[in-house]
Write a protein that binds this ligand. Sequence first.
Ligand code: AMP
Length: 443
Amino acid sequence: MRVLAVGGGAREHAIVAALVRSGADVFACLKNKNPGICKAAKGYTLVDENDVPRVVEFARASAVELAVIGPEAPLEVGLADGLRSAGIPTASPSRSAARIETSKSFMRELLSEHKIKGSIDFALVDTTRDLELALDKLGMNVVVKPTGLTGGKGVKVVGEHLMTREDVIAYGDEIFSKKIGGAARIVLEEKLIGEEFTIQAFCDGRRVVPMPAVQDHKRAYEGDKGPNTGGMGSYSQKGGLLPFLRKGEYDDAVKIMGDVIGALRKEGAEYRGTLYGQFMLTKEGPKVIEFNARFGDPEAMNVLSLLKSDFTSTCKRMADGSLSRKDAEFEAKSSVCKYVAPEGYGTKSLAGEEIDVDEQAIAREGARLYYASVNEKDGKVYTTTSRSVGIVGIADSIEDSERIAENALRHVTGRIHVRHDIAKKSMLDAKVRRMKDIRSGRI
Ligand code: AMP
Protein backbone atom coordinates (compact mmCIF):
# COMPACT_ATOMS: atom_id res chain seq x y z
CA MET A 1 0.00 0.00 0.00
CA ARG A 2 1.19 3.53 -0.79
CA VAL A 3 1.05 5.69 2.36
CA LEU A 4 1.66 9.39 2.97
CA ALA A 5 3.56 10.22 6.18
CA VAL A 6 3.71 13.85 7.30
CA GLY A 7 6.42 15.22 9.60
CA GLY A 8 10.19 15.10 10.02
CA GLY A 9 10.93 14.26 13.67
CA ALA A 10 11.90 11.07 15.48
CA ARG A 11 8.21 10.28 16.11
CA GLU A 12 7.68 10.36 12.35
CA HIS A 13 10.83 8.28 11.74
CA ALA A 14 9.33 5.67 14.09
CA ILE A 15 5.98 5.89 12.25
CA VAL A 16 7.69 5.50 8.86
CA ALA A 17 9.78 2.55 10.12
CA ALA A 18 6.60 0.80 11.39
CA LEU A 19 4.81 1.45 8.09
CA VAL A 20 7.74 0.10 6.03
CA ARG A 21 8.05 -2.93 8.36
CA SER A 22 4.41 -3.78 7.57
CA GLY A 23 4.96 -3.57 3.82
CA ALA A 24 3.99 0.01 2.97
CA ASP A 25 5.61 2.19 0.35
CA VAL A 26 5.98 5.49 2.15
CA PHE A 27 5.83 8.94 0.60
CA ALA A 28 6.93 11.60 3.07
CA CYS A 29 6.23 15.32 3.44
CA LEU A 30 8.64 16.99 5.84
CA LYS A 31 10.26 20.36 6.36
CA ASN A 32 13.75 19.18 7.33
CA LYS A 33 15.84 16.56 5.57
CA ASN A 34 15.57 13.80 8.16
CA PRO A 35 18.09 11.17 6.95
CA GLY A 36 16.17 8.23 8.46
CA ILE A 37 12.84 9.13 6.83
CA CYS A 38 14.32 10.14 3.48
CA LYS A 39 16.24 6.87 3.25
CA ALA A 40 13.24 4.68 4.17
CA ALA A 41 10.72 6.48 1.94
CA LYS A 42 10.03 5.64 -1.72
CA GLY A 43 9.62 9.36 -2.30
CA TYR A 44 9.73 12.57 -0.29
CA THR A 45 9.29 16.31 -0.63
CA LEU A 46 10.70 19.05 1.58
CA VAL A 47 7.73 21.29 2.23
CA ASP A 48 5.96 23.35 4.88
CA GLU A 49 3.91 20.58 6.55
CA ASN A 50 1.14 23.10 7.31
CA ASP A 51 0.68 24.03 3.66
CA VAL A 52 -2.47 21.94 3.10
CA PRO A 53 -2.81 22.43 -0.70
CA ARG A 54 0.83 21.49 -1.32
CA VAL A 55 0.73 18.40 0.89
CA VAL A 56 -2.55 17.26 -0.73
CA GLU A 57 -1.04 17.85 -4.17
CA PHE A 58 2.00 15.68 -3.28
CA ALA A 59 -0.32 12.99 -1.87
CA ARG A 60 -2.35 12.96 -5.08
CA ALA A 61 0.73 12.94 -7.31
CA SER A 62 2.12 10.01 -5.28
CA ALA A 63 -1.21 8.12 -5.64
CA VAL A 64 -1.31 7.31 -1.91
CA GLU A 65 -4.16 5.19 -0.54
CA LEU A 66 -3.76 6.20 3.11
CA ALA A 67 -2.27 9.06 5.12
CA VAL A 68 -0.80 9.44 8.63
CA ILE A 69 0.04 12.83 10.13
CA GLY A 70 2.74 12.94 12.84
CA PRO A 71 2.81 16.46 14.33
CA GLU A 72 0.04 18.59 15.81
CA ALA A 73 0.43 21.81 13.80
CA PRO A 74 -0.86 20.32 10.50
CA LEU A 75 -3.86 18.88 12.39
CA GLU A 76 -4.70 22.35 13.67
CA VAL A 77 -4.77 23.79 10.13
CA GLY A 78 -7.04 20.96 8.91
CA LEU A 79 -4.65 18.77 6.92
CA ALA A 80 -6.64 15.61 7.76
CA ASP A 81 -9.82 17.32 6.49
CA GLY A 82 -7.99 18.37 3.29
CA LEU A 83 -6.73 14.84 2.64
CA ARG A 84 -10.15 13.27 3.33
CA SER A 85 -11.80 15.78 0.99
CA ALA A 86 -9.34 14.62 -1.67
CA GLY A 87 -10.61 11.05 -1.11
CA ILE A 88 -7.58 9.85 0.89
CA PRO A 89 -8.43 7.78 4.00
CA THR A 90 -6.52 9.37 6.90
CA ALA A 91 -5.50 7.85 10.23
CA SER A 92 -5.36 11.23 11.98
CA PRO A 93 -8.13 13.41 13.42
CA SER A 94 -10.01 16.25 11.76
CA ARG A 95 -9.36 19.83 12.80
CA SER A 96 -12.49 19.73 14.91
CA ALA A 97 -11.58 16.49 16.75
CA ALA A 98 -7.96 17.68 17.19
CA ARG A 99 -9.26 20.53 19.40
CA ILE A 100 -8.83 18.02 22.22
CA GLU A 101 -5.15 19.03 21.90
CA THR A 102 -5.11 22.36 20.08
CA SER A 103 -7.40 24.09 22.60
CA LYS A 104 -6.76 23.34 26.26
CA SER A 105 -9.88 25.37 27.14
CA PHE A 106 -12.00 23.16 24.82
CA MET A 107 -10.51 20.05 26.43
CA ARG A 108 -11.18 21.17 30.02
CA GLU A 109 -14.74 22.29 29.18
CA LEU A 110 -15.49 19.03 27.32
CA LEU A 111 -14.38 16.93 30.29
CA SER A 112 -16.32 19.01 32.76
CA GLU A 113 -19.52 19.28 30.66
CA HIS A 114 -19.58 15.51 30.04
CA LYS A 115 -18.68 14.84 33.71
CA ILE A 116 -15.73 12.67 32.71
CA LYS A 117 -13.68 11.22 35.56
CA GLY A 118 -10.19 12.68 35.89
CA SER A 119 -11.39 16.29 35.52
CA ILE A 120 -9.71 18.91 37.70
CA ASP A 121 -10.45 22.47 38.91
CA PHE A 122 -9.68 25.13 36.34
CA ALA A 123 -10.53 28.65 35.21
CA LEU A 124 -10.45 30.18 31.72
CA VAL A 125 -8.99 33.64 31.89
CA ASP A 126 -8.80 36.39 29.25
CA THR A 127 -7.74 39.47 31.24
CA THR A 128 -5.37 40.39 34.07
CA ARG A 129 -8.36 41.27 36.24
CA ASP A 130 -9.89 37.81 35.71
CA LEU A 131 -6.52 36.23 36.43
CA GLU A 132 -6.45 38.04 39.81
CA LEU A 133 -9.98 36.83 40.58
CA ALA A 134 -9.18 33.25 39.53
CA LEU A 135 -6.09 33.26 41.77
CA ASP A 136 -8.26 34.47 44.67
CA LYS A 137 -10.57 31.51 44.03
CA LEU A 138 -8.10 28.71 43.19
CA GLY A 139 -5.25 29.89 45.42
CA MET A 140 -1.58 29.72 44.52
CA ASN A 141 -1.44 25.95 44.04
CA VAL A 142 -1.85 26.31 40.30
CA VAL A 143 -0.36 25.79 36.85
CA VAL A 144 -0.51 28.46 34.14
CA LYS A 145 -1.08 27.35 30.52
CA PRO A 146 -1.65 29.24 27.32
CA THR A 147 -4.76 27.68 25.73
CA GLY A 148 -3.12 27.00 22.33
CA LEU A 149 -0.16 24.97 21.08
CA THR A 150 3.29 25.78 22.48
CA GLY A 151 5.22 22.61 21.70
CA GLY A 152 5.06 21.58 25.37
CA LYS A 153 7.02 24.65 26.40
CA GLY A 154 4.34 27.16 27.48
CA VAL A 155 3.27 25.53 30.75
CA LYS A 156 4.59 27.10 33.97
CA VAL A 157 4.11 25.55 37.38
CA VAL A 158 3.85 27.67 40.54
CA GLY A 159 6.57 26.65 42.97
CA GLU A 160 8.88 25.63 40.13
CA HIS A 161 8.84 28.17 37.31
CA LEU A 162 6.77 30.89 38.99
CA MET A 163 7.38 31.69 42.65
CA THR A 164 5.08 34.55 43.61
CA ARG A 165 1.66 35.93 42.72
CA GLU A 166 3.49 38.73 40.89
CA ASP A 167 5.33 36.13 38.76
CA VAL A 168 1.99 34.55 37.82
CA ILE A 169 0.48 37.90 36.83
CA ALA A 170 3.62 38.84 34.88
CA TYR A 171 3.55 35.56 32.93
CA GLY A 172 -0.19 36.00 32.37
CA ASP A 173 0.41 39.47 30.96
CA GLU A 174 3.12 38.05 28.68
CA ILE A 175 0.68 35.42 27.35
CA PHE A 176 -1.98 38.09 26.80
CA SER A 177 0.31 40.60 25.10
CA LYS A 178 2.34 38.17 22.96
CA LYS A 179 -0.61 35.81 22.37
CA ILE A 180 1.61 32.87 23.35
CA GLY A 181 -0.02 29.74 21.91
CA GLY A 182 -1.87 31.86 19.34
CA ALA A 183 -4.51 33.44 21.61
CA ALA A 184 -4.76 35.88 24.53
CA ARG A 185 -6.24 33.20 26.77
CA ILE A 186 -5.01 31.23 29.78
CA VAL A 187 -6.13 28.02 31.39
CA LEU A 188 -5.35 28.26 35.09
CA GLU A 189 -5.40 24.78 36.60
CA GLU A 190 -5.21 23.11 39.97
CA LYS A 191 -1.65 21.83 40.49
CA LEU A 192 -1.66 18.05 40.72
CA ILE A 193 0.70 16.03 42.90
CA GLY A 194 1.67 12.57 41.73
CA GLU A 195 3.52 10.64 39.03
CA GLU A 196 2.88 11.33 35.36
CA PHE A 197 2.20 8.65 32.80
CA THR A 198 1.05 8.45 29.20
CA ILE A 199 -1.31 6.07 27.44
CA GLN A 200 -1.58 6.15 23.68
CA ALA A 201 -4.50 4.43 21.94
CA PHE A 202 -5.57 3.67 18.42
CA CYS A 203 -9.08 5.09 17.83
CA ASP A 204 -11.53 4.65 14.97
CA GLY A 205 -14.26 7.07 16.03
CA ARG A 206 -15.83 4.62 18.47
CA ARG A 207 -13.31 2.07 19.68
CA VAL A 208 -10.21 2.75 21.75
CA VAL A 209 -7.42 0.15 21.54
CA PRO A 210 -4.73 1.05 24.12
CA MET A 211 -0.96 0.59 23.94
CA PRO A 212 1.55 0.07 26.79
CA ALA A 213 1.87 2.91 29.29
CA VAL A 214 4.96 5.11 28.98
CA GLN A 215 6.56 7.69 31.24
CA ASP A 216 8.09 10.74 29.55
CA HIS A 217 10.44 13.28 31.16
CA LYS A 218 9.64 16.80 30.07
CA ARG A 219 12.14 18.78 32.15
CA ALA A 220 15.38 19.74 30.43
CA TYR A 221 17.81 18.82 33.22
CA GLU A 222 18.65 15.81 35.37
CA GLY A 223 16.55 15.30 38.50
CA ASP A 224 13.47 16.62 36.65
CA LYS A 225 14.72 20.20 36.95
CA GLY A 226 14.62 23.11 34.54
CA PRO A 227 12.26 24.30 31.83
CA ASN A 228 9.63 22.09 30.17
CA THR A 229 10.73 20.71 26.81
CA GLY A 230 9.16 18.52 24.12
CA GLY A 231 10.45 15.56 26.20
CA MET A 232 13.97 14.27 26.96
CA GLY A 233 13.32 10.53 27.16
CA SER A 234 10.82 7.87 28.14
CA TYR A 235 10.46 4.26 29.20
CA SER A 236 7.90 1.46 29.16
CA GLN A 237 7.79 -1.78 31.12
CA LYS A 238 7.21 -5.33 29.97
CA GLY A 239 3.52 -6.13 30.40
CA GLY A 240 2.33 -2.58 29.69
CA LEU A 241 2.25 -1.08 33.21
CA LEU A 242 4.93 1.06 34.93
CA PRO A 243 6.80 0.37 38.20
CA PHE A 244 4.45 2.71 40.11
CA LEU A 245 1.26 2.10 38.06
CA ARG A 246 -1.30 -0.60 38.91
CA LYS A 247 -3.57 -2.41 36.46
CA GLY A 248 -6.76 -0.84 37.85
CA GLU A 249 -5.28 2.64 37.44
CA TYR A 250 -4.22 1.90 33.85
CA ASP A 251 -7.78 0.66 33.16
CA ASP A 252 -9.27 3.82 34.73
CA ALA A 253 -7.15 5.98 32.40
CA VAL A 254 -8.21 3.94 29.34
CA LYS A 255 -11.85 4.36 30.41
CA ILE A 256 -11.33 8.15 30.55
CA MET A 257 -9.95 8.05 27.00
CA GLY A 258 -12.99 6.05 25.82
CA ASP A 259 -15.30 8.59 27.47
CA VAL A 260 -13.47 11.43 25.72
CA ILE A 261 -13.92 9.76 22.32
CA GLY A 262 -17.61 9.28 23.16
CA ALA A 263 -17.98 12.93 24.21
CA LEU A 264 -16.31 14.11 21.01
CA ARG A 265 -18.68 11.96 18.96
CA LYS A 266 -21.66 13.50 20.77
CA GLU A 267 -20.24 16.93 19.89
CA GLY A 268 -20.14 15.88 16.22
CA ALA A 269 -16.35 15.47 16.11
CA GLU A 270 -15.60 11.82 15.41
CA TYR A 271 -12.03 11.01 16.46
CA ARG A 272 -10.05 8.78 14.10
CA GLY A 273 -6.36 8.41 14.78
CA THR A 274 -3.96 7.89 17.67
CA LEU A 275 -5.05 9.59 20.89
CA TYR A 276 -2.47 10.41 23.55
CA GLY A 277 -3.62 10.80 27.12
CA GLN A 278 -1.28 12.30 29.68
CA PHE A 279 -2.27 11.63 33.27
CA MET A 280 -1.12 12.42 36.77
CA LEU A 281 -1.49 9.44 39.04
CA THR A 282 -2.71 11.07 42.24
CA LYS A 283 -3.93 9.73 45.57
CA GLU A 284 -7.44 9.68 44.04
CA GLY A 285 -6.33 7.89 40.86
CA PRO A 286 -5.47 9.20 37.37
CA LYS A 287 -6.30 12.85 36.56
CA VAL A 288 -6.03 14.38 33.11
CA ILE A 289 -3.06 16.66 32.42
CA GLU A 290 -3.62 16.91 28.69
CA PHE A 291 -4.56 15.11 25.51
CA ASN A 292 -2.63 15.08 22.28
CA ALA A 293 -4.26 14.29 18.94
CA ARG A 294 -1.34 12.14 17.76
CA PHE A 295 1.50 9.96 19.00
CA GLY A 296 3.75 11.49 21.64
CA ASP A 297 7.34 12.28 20.87
CA PRO A 298 9.33 10.46 22.38
CA GLU A 299 6.58 7.99 23.45
CA ALA A 300 5.94 6.88 19.84
CA MET A 301 9.47 5.46 19.75
CA ASN A 302 8.78 3.21 22.76
CA VAL A 303 5.53 1.70 21.57
CA LEU A 304 6.18 1.53 17.83
CA SER A 305 9.53 -0.19 18.44
CA LEU A 306 7.57 -2.91 20.30
CA LEU A 307 4.58 -3.19 17.96
CA LYS A 308 4.20 -6.71 16.55
CA SER A 309 0.89 -6.30 14.72
CA ASP A 310 0.68 -4.81 11.22
CA PHE A 311 0.81 -1.02 11.65
CA THR A 312 -0.25 -0.20 8.08
CA SER A 313 -3.44 -2.29 8.49
CA THR A 314 -4.11 -0.67 11.87
CA CYS A 315 -3.85 2.80 10.31
CA LYS A 316 -6.21 1.70 7.54
CA ARG A 317 -8.69 0.42 10.13
CA MET A 318 -8.46 3.64 12.18
CA ALA A 319 -9.30 5.54 9.02
CA ASP A 320 -12.13 3.11 8.05
CA GLY A 321 -13.68 2.75 11.51
CA SER A 322 -13.00 -1.00 11.81
CA LEU A 323 -10.43 -1.44 14.62
CA SER A 324 -10.21 -4.59 16.72
CA ARG A 325 -8.22 -5.75 19.76
CA LYS A 326 -5.76 -7.49 17.40
CA ASP A 327 -4.57 -4.06 16.33
CA ALA A 328 -2.37 -3.66 19.34
CA GLU A 329 -0.06 -6.62 19.81
CA PHE A 330 3.26 -5.74 21.38
CA GLU A 331 6.48 -7.61 22.19
CA ALA A 332 6.59 -8.57 25.86
CA LYS A 333 9.65 -6.34 26.43
CA SER A 334 10.62 -3.12 28.20
CA SER A 335 11.97 -0.09 26.35
CA VAL A 336 14.03 2.98 27.19
CA CYS A 337 14.31 5.98 24.88
CA LYS A 338 16.85 8.75 25.44
CA TYR A 339 16.93 11.87 23.34
CA VAL A 340 20.06 13.58 22.15
CA ALA A 341 19.35 17.33 21.93
CA PRO A 342 21.61 20.20 20.90
CA GLU A 343 23.65 21.83 23.66
CA GLY A 344 21.51 24.57 25.24
CA TYR A 345 18.20 22.81 24.46
CA GLY A 346 15.47 24.14 26.75
CA THR A 347 16.83 27.69 26.76
CA LYS A 348 18.85 28.47 23.62
CA SER A 349 19.70 25.54 21.37
CA LEU A 350 22.92 25.43 19.44
CA ALA A 351 21.50 25.00 15.94
CA GLY A 352 23.46 24.29 12.75
CA GLU A 353 26.20 22.30 14.58
CA GLU A 354 27.50 19.12 13.02
CA ILE A 355 27.02 15.98 15.12
CA ASP A 356 28.46 12.56 14.41
CA VAL A 357 26.06 9.60 14.49
CA ASP A 358 27.73 6.20 14.05
CA GLU A 359 24.75 4.19 12.80
CA GLN A 360 26.63 0.89 12.57
CA ALA A 361 28.06 1.11 16.07
CA ILE A 362 24.58 1.94 17.47
CA ALA A 363 23.14 -1.11 15.68
CA ARG A 364 26.00 -3.26 17.08
CA GLU A 365 24.96 -2.21 20.61
CA GLY A 366 21.50 -3.62 19.78
CA ALA A 367 19.77 -0.22 19.99
CA ARG A 368 17.34 1.45 17.59
CA LEU A 369 18.12 4.87 16.19
CA TYR A 370 15.50 7.43 15.17
CA TYR A 371 16.56 10.70 13.63
CA ALA A 372 14.70 13.79 14.83
CA SER A 373 14.87 17.44 13.74
CA VAL A 374 18.23 17.37 12.04
CA ASN A 375 19.24 18.24 8.52
CA GLU A 376 21.42 16.06 6.36
CA LYS A 377 23.83 17.77 3.98
CA ASP A 378 26.55 16.00 1.98
CA GLY A 379 26.32 12.96 4.24
CA LYS A 380 26.75 15.05 7.41
CA VAL A 381 24.13 15.62 10.11
CA TYR A 382 23.43 19.13 11.48
CA THR A 383 21.35 20.16 14.50
CA THR A 384 18.32 22.48 14.41
CA THR A 385 16.83 24.20 17.48
CA SER A 386 14.82 21.02 18.27
CA ARG A 387 15.86 17.57 19.44
CA SER A 388 18.34 15.65 17.26
CA VAL A 389 18.32 11.85 17.69
CA GLY A 390 16.31 9.33 19.71
CA ILE A 391 18.03 6.13 20.88
CA VAL A 392 15.91 3.19 22.07
CA GLY A 393 17.10 0.16 24.02
CA ILE A 394 14.81 -2.88 24.21
CA ALA A 395 15.19 -5.82 26.61
CA ASP A 396 13.26 -7.81 29.20
CA SER A 397 13.88 -5.35 32.00
CA ILE A 398 13.95 -1.54 32.10
CA GLU A 399 17.44 -1.82 33.61
CA ASP A 400 18.84 -3.77 30.65
CA SER A 401 17.03 -1.53 28.13
CA GLU A 402 18.58 1.51 29.83
CA ARG A 403 22.06 -0.01 29.64
CA ILE A 404 21.66 -0.72 25.92
CA ALA A 405 20.49 2.86 25.29
CA GLU A 406 23.41 4.30 27.29
CA ASN A 407 25.99 2.15 25.47
CA ALA A 408 24.57 3.29 22.13
CA LEU A 409 24.59 6.95 23.19
CA ARG A 410 28.40 6.85 23.25
CA HIS A 411 28.25 6.69 19.46
CA VAL A 412 26.56 10.08 19.08
CA THR A 413 29.11 12.86 19.53
CA GLY A 414 29.26 16.63 19.20
CA ARG A 415 27.95 19.57 21.24
CA ILE A 416 24.94 17.69 22.60
CA HIS A 417 22.74 17.50 25.69
CA VAL A 418 21.39 14.20 27.10
CA ARG A 419 19.57 13.38 30.33
CA HIS A 420 21.45 10.30 31.50
CA ASP A 421 19.32 9.91 34.64
CA ILE A 422 16.19 8.81 32.76
CA ALA A 423 15.09 5.24 33.65
CA LYS A 424 18.10 4.60 35.89
CA LYS A 425 17.29 2.20 38.72
CA SER A 426 17.79 4.86 41.41
CA MET A 427 15.29 7.12 39.65
CA LEU A 428 12.67 4.38 39.26
CA ASP A 429 13.04 3.31 42.90
CA ALA A 430 12.55 6.93 43.99
CA LYS A 431 9.36 7.17 41.93
CA VAL A 432 7.95 3.98 43.47
CA ARG A 433 8.78 5.28 46.98
CA ARG A 434 7.22 8.66 46.22
CA MET A 435 4.02 7.08 44.86
CA LYS A 436 3.81 4.93 47.99
CA ASP A 437 4.04 8.10 50.11
CA ILE A 438 1.36 9.79 47.98
CA ARG A 439 -1.00 6.83 48.27
CA SER A 440 -0.55 6.69 52.03
CA GLY A 441 -1.09 10.43 52.40
CA ARG A 442 2.48 11.15 53.60
CA ILE A 443 2.88 13.63 50.68
P1 AMP B 1 1.45 19.90 29.23
O1 AMP B 1 2.07 20.67 28.10
O2 AMP B 1 0.03 20.28 29.53
O3 AMP B 1 1.70 18.42 29.12
O4 AMP B 1 2.31 20.31 30.52
C1 AMP B 1 3.70 20.13 30.60
C2 AMP B 1 4.09 19.65 31.96
O5 AMP B 1 3.64 20.56 32.96
C3 AMP B 1 3.47 18.32 32.34
O6 AMP B 1 4.20 17.25 31.86
C4 AMP B 1 3.49 18.41 33.85
O7 AMP B 1 4.79 18.08 34.35
C5 AMP B 1 3.23 19.85 34.13
N1 AMP B 1 1.78 20.07 34.36
C6 AMP B 1 0.85 20.38 33.45
N2 AMP B 1 -0.37 20.49 34.02
C7 AMP B 1 -0.20 20.23 35.33
C8 AMP B 1 -1.07 20.21 36.47
N3 AMP B 1 -2.38 20.50 36.35
N4 AMP B 1 -0.53 19.90 37.66
C9 AMP B 1 0.80 19.64 37.81
N5 AMP B 1 1.67 19.66 36.79
C10 AMP B 1 1.20 19.96 35.56
